[in-house]
Design a binder for this molecule. Structure first.
Ligand code: GDD
Ligand code: GTP
Length: 413
């Protein structure tokens, strides 16, 4: 059998995701209408013989348990549990601490998944690839633009054998534009042997050198994978399918688009939209009513209210309780629960937090990704009001602000 571990981190993580991580932990932020990690559960639930998913992190139980409850209902074939680290133990420390729970039932293989990646989830392909070698583990690797590579773990792959010959976490100098994608498949017993070796090396280092920091963090990347690469026991499965890491809040926009695009082909029932007949019931003459203009793909929560004259999409996710008024236009954006978008307002390339109010004729916008440029988006924290006709362009706005003047390229505290 196979198990999966989702590394979800804790409250000190996700700082670059502010202000969106102020109200909800990053792994539970909704893209494509569902929490980020819900999408990885969809993929894992399709793996043959995989029945258990363990979330490991250091968030309070109270923060994670409601998600576990919902997910257990949505994925009845999976047993989903949360294992809490008493403090941040690092990407391998939590695995080590909970090794008995993870190894219970003798799973032969373990998927280890980061909680902030969105991709095509080639899990079956990875399993096939993994069974074709005798290494400890398979890392999914992906090519990124050269200038971006040093923000990731960089890997040099032997083109003949697919062995990861050299692995350096966030190197200072350019090593490779093929990087660790945050998804691994390990042989269970060999993984824990390697982690134990790494632990021993670390303990030995700190007993040799009294100056060394004796924290309890054990890092999967530096402490386990780098040495593994040097012994030839780490392999890399290179994927060419799209991949996004959700680090900055801005990356939620391409992640949202990727998820909506994948459900368009793999799971259309998730791309809900109100049917024109339901919308028309509020009108006297409903035989002629067509409903709002929707450019697919979009996720529109079934209890959102969208005026018939609005135009929405592509790549828009709209949460529960949202109201979109007469003549409004929304494109390439995420609108979170209970936000109200008034008549003729326009929201483009933006993330609008919960309970915001966008006034009539207001505009909230970022800019499309253009050749080599950073994506610019507008982000409104929870409970922000943008007053009538105000134009907010490429700004980050902290929660509960009332914006009565237009602004451009600013952080509004
Ligand atoms: N349980 C637990 N405990 N999880 C943790 C901890 C911890 O102490 N620290 C980080 N995580 C989780 C995060 O929530 C995330 O899912 C994952 O581990 C990796 O997070 P980071 O340690 O912040 O690394 P990163 O995202 O900057 O880079 C990692 O991911 C890239 C791919 O997305 C590295 O593995 C890179 O090499 C890789 O390219
Ligand atoms: P479509 O023609 O609607 O497919 O969009 P586009 O991609 O050609 O145009 P763009 O991305 O520039 O703008 C998106 C849409 O929002 C356009 O249709 C604009 O007419 C509309 N729009 C722009 N400003 C406003 C505004 O202030 N209010 C409203 N309601 N709509 C606006």
């Amino acid at each position: 059998t196979t198990k999966a571990v989702l590394l979800i981190g804790g409250p000190s993580k996700g700082t670059r995701f502010r202000p969106l991580s102020l109200d909800v932990p990053k792994p539970l932020f909704c893209v494509g209408g569902r929490p980020i990690i819900w999408h990885s559960l969809v993929a894992l639930s399709h793996v043959q013989g995989l029945t258990e998913v363990l979330l490991i992190g250091f968030y309070d139980e109270a923060v994670i348990n409601p998600f576990i409850k919902d997910a257990s209902r949505d994925f009845p074939n999976l047993s989903i549990r949360y294992l809490r680290e008493y403090q941040s133990l690092g990407t391998a420390g939590g695995l080590y601490h909970y090794r008995d729970v993870i190894l219970k039932g003798n799973p032969s293989q373990i998927f280890v998944v980061h909680s902030d990646i969105v991709c095509g989830w080639p899990l079956e392909e990875m399993q096939k690839f993994h069974s074709g070698h005798r290494g400890v583990g398979t890392m999914m690797a992906v090519k990124v633009p050269k200038e971006e590579a040093n923000k990731f773990g960089c890997v040099v792959i032997d083109p003949q054998t697919s062995q990861a010959r050299h692995y350096v976490e966030k190197p200072e100098e350019f090593l490779s534009d093929t990087v660790n994608a945050g998804l691994y498949l390990f042989d269970s017993n060999l993984l824990f042997t390697s982690i134990r070796d790494a632990m021993d090396t670390k303990l030995k280092r700190s007993s040799d050198d009294p100056e060394a920091t004796n924290d309890e963090q054990l890092r999967l990347e530096q402490d386990v994978l780098s040495p593994l690469a040097h012994t030839g026991k780490l392999y890399a499965y290179q994927t060419t399918s799209p991949w996004v890491q959700i680090k900055s809040a801005a990356s939620a926009i391409p992640a949202n688009a990727l998820i909506l695009a994948s459900y368009k082909t793999t799971n259309p029932s998730l791309l809900r939209r109100r049917s024109p007949t339901i919308l028309a019931k509020s009108r006297a003459d409903y035989s002629k009513k067509k409903g709002p203009e929707i450019v697919e793909p979009c996720f529109i929560h079934e209890d959102a209210q969208i005026d018939d004259t609005a135009k929405i999409g592509p790549n828009v996710s709209i949460g529960s309780g949202v109201k979109v008024g007469f003549g409004s236009r929304i494109k390439e954006s995420i609108i979170l629960d209970n936000t109200v978008i008034d008549k003729n307002a326009c929201v483009l390339y933006s993330i609008v937090g919960e309970e915001c109010k966008i006034g009539p004729w207001a505009r909230v916008e970022g800019a499309p990704l253009a050749g080599g440029q950073q994506q610019s988006i507008a982000i409104l924290g929870k409970d922000v009001s943008v007053l009538k006709e105000v134009h907010i362009r490429s700004c980050i706005v902290l929660p509960s602000k009332v914006l009565s003047k237009s602004a451009k390229n600013e952080v509004l505290l």
